[in-house]
Design a protein around this ligand. Structure first.
Ligand code: SF4
Length: 335
């Protein structure tokens, strides 16, 4: 997935072209005592690292003394923490703002409000730790390691969202690769219980897991990074292209609103074969497409996102794509 840089432990990372406020680590954690069951994945990550280790909610049931967003005891009480219990209930009977599952998603960051992460919507964005791929142009390298712990408690993300109800259209799950997390379906359910719509940024690395949650999503931002045969050169993993393009088919079949995005940089396979990619997307039925210009910040050492004349070439490519018949097309330059 293609986003601007995230530097842990600061927990803010909007998508291209960036924006939004943020919340830092250290929010107090309040976890529903009922959350003790373990959720496991049926689809092992292709990186061989195993499913996300399920967390024991009991170990998360701590309340930290202070919050960097000024949340005090009264606010913690408002969401059912020590000192008080909230009365509001979700349709399934659990307290609004309380997580529904034992496996807390590993939250690496939270953007409190963004107009960019879900086009046309005012949304918060939560960044989940872990990605099976290692893209040449990844801006969020700190979010790749699946063993790194989250920096925010999921219950505090829900509490934050609860306070923003009426201000936000929804929440976007981003990453990393959010479908890597076995807890994603339950986390989506938690957010929907707050009355918020849910969007998803995904690379399509886990088509089976994507299929599992598509029915609960209002919008998907899907990265198509290259033609299937070129994927390994981009993401560094075999079999990735088949997964991503299978995910594309699932998104299109589902009828969910979506945007397909392709990111290019000088000399990349996607740049060299952009015409073929676009033709194949159109043939598959893609109607909404964005062309993104890779940026250098946060990427691996030696990666170059620029060369003389590159901005002009990007604009020319975007202008060409704009003539090809997508219903909605957006060019996202790096500068
Ligand atoms: S390595 Fe993962 S998080 Fe980074 S751009 Fe690729 S798919 Fe996205």
């Amino acid at each position: 997935m293609m986003k601007t840089t995230t530097t842990r432990p600061a927990a803010v990372a909007p998508s291209l072209p960036g924006g939004g406020d943020g919340v830092s680590r250290g929010l107090g954690a309040v976890v529903d005592e009922a959350c003790r069951a373990v959720v496991r994945s049926e689809e092992a990550p292709p990186d061989g690292s195993g499913a996300v280790a399920p967390a024991d909610c009991a170990s998360l049931a701590e309340t930290l003394p202070s919050s960097p967003v000024g949340e005090g005891a009264a606010a913690r009480a408002d969401r059912g923490g020590p000192g008080g219990r909230r009365e509001e209930r979700a349709p399934d009977g659990r307290a609004v703002g309380a997580p529904s599952c034992a496996t807390a998603p590993p939250v690496a960051g939270l953007t409190g409000m963004s107009t960019c992460d879900w086009p046309g919507h005012l949304a918060a964005t939560v960044f989940l730790q872990g990605c099976p791929w290692n893209c040449t142009y990844c801006h969020n390298r700190d979010l790749i390691d699946p063993r790194a712990p989250g920096v925010l408690e999921w219950s505090d993300v829900l509490a934050f969202l609860g306070r923003r109800r009426g201000l936000l259209d929804g929440l976007v799950f981003s990453g990393g690769e959010p479908t890597r997390t076995a807890a994603l379906p339950e986390a989506i359910s938690d957010v929907r219980a707050l009355g918020l719509a849910v969007g998803l940024h995904t690379s399509g690395a886990f088509p089976s897991r994507l299929a599992q949650v598509l029915g609960d999503l209002r919008w998907v931002g899907l990265d198509i990074k290259a033609l299937p045969e070129d994927y390994q050169a981009v993401v560094g993993r075999p079999g990735a292209g088949e997964r991503a393009w299978r995910s594309l088919g699932l998104v299109l079949e589902s009828g969910v609103d979506y945007e397909v995005r392709t990111t290019i940089h000088p000399g990349s396979a996607a740049t060299d074969r952009l015409g073929e990619i676009v033709a194949r997307l159109l043939a598959a039925g893609v109607r909404t497409f964005a062309l993104q210009q890779a940026r250098e910040i946060g990427t691996r050492e030696g990666f170059r996102a620029d060369e003389p004349g590159w901005d002009d070439r990007f604009r020319a490519l975007a202008a060409e794509v704009d003539t090809l018949g997508f219903d909605r097309f957006e060019a996202r330059p790096a500068r």
